[in-house]
Each structure stands twice: as C-alpha cells, then as structure tokens.
Ligand binder design. Sequence first.
Ligand code: HEM
Length: 271
Amino acid sequence: MRYIGRYKPTFKFWLGPKLFVVVTQPRDIEIVLNQCPEKPQHYKYFCDIFGNGLITLPVNQWKKHRKLIGPTFNQQILNSFVSTFGHYSNILVEKLKGTVGKGCVDLYPIFSQCTLDIVCDTTMGTKVNAMDEGSQYMLWISRREKVQLSVNNEGVPQGKIFLDYLLKLTDQDGKWSDEETIEESRTIIVAGSDATAQTLCYVLMMLAMHQDIQNKVYDEIISILKDDRSPTLADLQEMTYLERFIKESLRLFPAASVIGRFVTNDVALDF
Ligand code: HEM
C-alpha cells in the first residue's frame, strides 16, 4: 500500500520470476476487469478460507457458477431481508451496551458474530446464534473444528433463497454437484461476513473520530425513525446522509483493498 501511494497511478514490480502491474485509476481497473477475468495463481491460497467458489475459481468454472448463482443476488431478494437485518442489529446493540464503560474494546469479534448470524440466516436458513454466549457454533470455531455444512433436504429449513436454489440445481440432470453447493456456501458465508464486519469497524471508528458527523448521522436516524423501532426498507432509503457516510468510509478503508487478475492478452491502459 505504501508503494501505491508513492508510485501511482501505474507501476510494475517483480516478485521472483513473476511480473506484477499495479493499476490504481478507476478507468484502468475497469479495462483490466473487463478484459482479464482470469484469477491470478496466488488466489489458490485463499481457497482454504473462501472455498472453491466464485472468488477463487478459474474463469471457465467461474462463468458457469456465476450464470447459475446470479439469480439469487438481486435487489428484491436483498430487500426481503431488511427485517432480519433489524432483528440481529437489535441483539448487536444490546451486546454493545454491555461494553460501555469497559475501556478499549476490540469490536471486530462482536461484529463478525453479528454478520455471521445474518449471512447464515439469510442465505442458509440456519440460525447459528453466534452472538449468544456459549454459542455451539462459536465453540466449534474456537476449537478450530471443521464445521460441516448440511446440504441434505432434511436438515435444511426451507424458504431460503441461496441454499434452496443451489439444492434445486443439484436435482437437475447432473449440472451441479453437492460439492459445488458446499464450496459456494463456504464462499458466501466467509465473503459475506468478514468484509462486512471489517467495514463496520471502520465505519464506527470514523464516527468516533468525527463527532460532528456522528451528530448529523444520529439526527438523521432519529428524525426518520422517531420512536424506538427497527427501520423498514423505506426508512433505510431515506437515510441518505448515512449512506454517503458509509460509502466514504468504504472509499477510505476498503475491506478488500487489493484484488488481482491474471493477464492472458495484451491490454491497452488509459493512463
Ligand atoms: C462491505 C462489504 C463488502 C466488501 C467491501 C466486499 C468486497 C468484495 C470485492 C473487492 C470483491 C472482488 C474480489 C475479486 O474479484 O478478486 C468481492 C467479491 C465477492 N463478494 Fe464481496 N464484499 C462485501 C460484502 C459481501 C457480501 C455481504 C457478500 C455475500 C453475502 C459478498 C459476496 C461476494 C462474492 C460471492 C464475491 C465473488 C463475486 C464474483 O467474482 O462473481 N460480499 N467482494
């Protein structure tokens, strides 16, 4: 990151026999992402964390997965989860209240339990209750035991779009395997919980550092919600100052600040 600050907008460096070209301008990033969909070799090291899913798959498999999974991600589906977001946010607020007056607190574990609860509930239909003291799920994780995702119809509550959809794909003429369901589930759980928890940390840090802005964010929320209730979709859409604040925090502190692509053909950059 230090080199990016020193040498931008575009520079190259060698790592052993491998040449890396770093692009930082939005137009150049757009060109590279459009023309070079292949992931670089070092993404294979992320497989243990993210699974062999959309983030790490080579482009020929990525295209198939992306086409099949695409329909599970749209605004309408996301909108239907607002009350679930509200439910877990209320539990989070209670947990945060318990930290008041206790000095310096590492918020990341608390946020990642909350985002894990949300992503597991909305995509898998599974309530892991990670924020509960003594949660069975968190015990597994702390002991680093391998958590098996159940993909049979008996163990999985119905009505959840992502996992239901993948399970339905498995039934269709051998197009999709149980293994692919497990790997994409791992990807969605890790990708969906970790980046969001990190972003929450940065957002809260920025609010703490800029109290004048914190007051404006607070006033906006109170003027829209008025009483102590969970926000609806319409309420969230009205929170334009909060949205700008979150986007600016994401710009300054992106949870995934560097991504890579493997270049297989000549690419003309704009710089
Ligand atoms: C603030 C929160 C988030 C940030 C900053 C973020 C960031 C990113 C970035 C930079 C990539 C591109 C990685 C690459 O191409 O090498 C990515 C991909 C992805 N993210 Fe997120 N993400 C966030 C939240 C989420 C959530 C909530 C989910 C799911 C519930 C999710 C699921 C995915 C998936 C599946 C991909 C792979 C997409 C593809 O290549 O087709 N992310 N994310």
